[in-house]
Structures are given as C-alpha cells and as structure tokens.
Ligand binder design. Structure first.
Ligand SMILES: [Zn+2]
Ligand SMILES: [Zn+2]
Length: 309
C-alpha cells in the first residue's frame, strides 16, 4: 500500500484492491496529531486493503485512532469501516441521513460502481460490501452540519452537502483549511448524481456553492488527486452541471422528450455498462427542471415525456 503525506497532518493510505475496475480507487485519509488520529472514509472491505491499512496503523507507535468518519454510505467509502473499527477501537461517524441507506443494503440502491452484466464474481463482492457497509452503521455516531470533532489539537468540522447522496458530508480541517470532499467534488472528472430519493441535483449545486464559500485552500477528494485551486475546481463543477442543464433544456425544445432520447443525444458513444448511471444523471436534471417550473412531465414511468414549460 502506498502512503503519501499530503499536508502536515494528513496522509493518504492508497490501497488499490486487485478486483477494482473503476479508474480511480477510493482515497482513505489519515489525520494525525500527537497521539490521536482519525480516518476519513474506509475504502473497500476486501481482505487485502483492510489488512494493509490495519498493519500500517498498528505500525504507528502510540497512535490512537479515535474516529472513522464516513463522507457517505457508498461501499467504496464505507464497507471497510466495520473491520477497521473493530481492529482499532475507533468510532464510526456519519450523517444520520446516510444510516437508512446503509441499513437497507438489500435494495439495489445506486452505488458509485455498477455491477456489469455477467460478472458474477463482482456481483458477489458487491453484495458482501453492501453487507459490510451496513455493519458499519451498527455502532455509528452521528455528525450533523456544524458538529466538530477533536483529533489531538486539530478540529474537524462537518459540512452537510446533500446531492451525490442525501447525507453526504464534507469535512473541514480548520487548522489547515483543507476540505475533505468525499464524492461531492472529485479530483478528476465528475460524479454521478441520482434523482430523489437517492440524490438531488438542485441540492448538489447548492452544496457546491456552499463549499466555494468556505474558502478552502486544498480539496482532498474521495477519488483522484488533491486539488490546490479549490475555488476554481468547485466553479468548474458548477459550470459543468449548468451547461448540461442548458443542453437538456435545448434538447427538450427540439422535441427530444424521453429519458432515453436525451441519454442518446447527450452520450452518443455511451458504454452500455454505464447506461443506468447515464439515465439517472439525466433524470436528476429533469427532476430539478420540473421542480423549478422550467419543464413539464407528461405521462408516467417509461411513457413519461418532458417538454419545456
Ligand atoms: Zn466513490
Ligand atoms: Zn459515492
């Protein structure tokens, strides 16, 4: 496992599990000051990653891990938490709105990774990860917007940023003005936003605006490299979504009115494996436009057609 110091008090414990098929494995951060430490996210629950992290933590003399703070419930961030907590005595902390999504692990609620058709091994692992993530909720403590945790002399402040998931948290390490953004802002690319009840595009944009206002000097994302020009990155993400929204409106005006017509127009070269994700993305934009009175929905379910208001 590669360990890299990113600031005076933060290092990233990068384990890339052998089965992982996505482009950017999830980041797990260790915040440490004096004899106390906290993890931000826990990575996957596979033996290789969990063992590598436990051994690394055990090798740090005198460090007591107090918290494992989860930015959100998706299993690439949360499934390792139960085992890491058992091994270290740390307390899992999360936003209360994530708890029900963790506990209902047997539904097929969207995750960051789709299980490709016919990949039995991956489907089996995904089930196991959902179960492990649910276990992490068992003894978890709650972090609400504005709550603070002490790690040594450091202060970690919770910022509730719904959108990617409803209970997504970002965490501001006040002494370093560094912001852990989970999947709300990635180091590279854009993240999937689902329509309610799993996510919300309007809230997502509001969350990005709010993060911009925090004036962080560094973003520490859930996937991908850290970002130094935080304000510009957040503005880029906002602009990207607004541009996509304009594109959806203009396609509606051209008579492309079903989710699939929009998906085909927006993602002409779409890999079939990420079709469900693309659909949800379009549905998230449509939900926002309808809620804001900019579009109307006619019909229901697969028959639904959208028109400009
Ligand atoms: Zn993720
Ligand atoms: Zn996620």
């Amino acid at each position: 496992m590669e360990v890299r110091q990113v600031t005076d008090h933060v290092r990233v414990l990068a384990a890339r599990p052998p089965f992982y098929i996505g482009p950017l494995a999830p980041n797990v951060y260790l915040i440490a000051d004096g004899e106390e430490g906290a993890l931000v996210d826990s990575g996957f629950a596979d033996d290789e990653s969990v063992q590598a992290r436990i051994e690394y933590l055990r090798g740090l003399p005198g460090l007591r891990l107090r918290y494992i703070v989860l930015t959100h419930h998706h299993f690439d961030h949360a499934s390792g938490a139960a085992r890491l907590a058992e091994a270290t005595g740390a307390r899992v902390m999360l936003h209360p709105q994530e708890e029900s999504f963790l506990r209902d692990w047997q539904t097929d609620a969207p995750q960051d990774l789709e299980v490709p058709e016919g990949q039995e091994e991956w489907a089996r692992r995904a089930q196991e990860f959902r179960r492990e993530a649910a276990r992490a909720a068992g003894n978890a403590g709650y972090l609400q917007d504005g709550d603070r945790l002490k790690v040594g002399s450091l202060t970690l402040e919770a910022v509730h940023t719904p959108g990617h998931t409803m209970g997504s948290l970002c965490l501001l390490l006040r002494e370093e003005v560094a912001l852990f953004t989970g999947d709300t802002a990635l180091g590279l690319g854009t993240v999937a936003v689902s329509p309610p009840p799993h996510g919300d595009m309007a809230l997502y944009l509001r969350s990005l605006e709010r993060l911009k206002g925090l004036g962080a000097s560094l973003l520490l994302p859930g996937h991908g490299p850290e970002v130094k020009d935080a304000g510009r990155k957040l503005q880029e993400l906002i602009d990207h979504r607004l541009e996509r929204e304009r594109q959806v409106l203009s396609l509606l005006a051209q008579g492309k009115g079903t989710v699939m017509e929009l998906v085909r127009a927006i993602y002409p070269e779409l890999d079939r494996r990420i079709l469900p994700m693309a659909r949800r993305q379009v549905e998230a934009h449509l939900h926002k436009l309808v809620a804001e009175g900019k579009a109307l929905c006619q019909g229901e379910g697969a028959e639904a057609r959208y028109v400009p208001a």
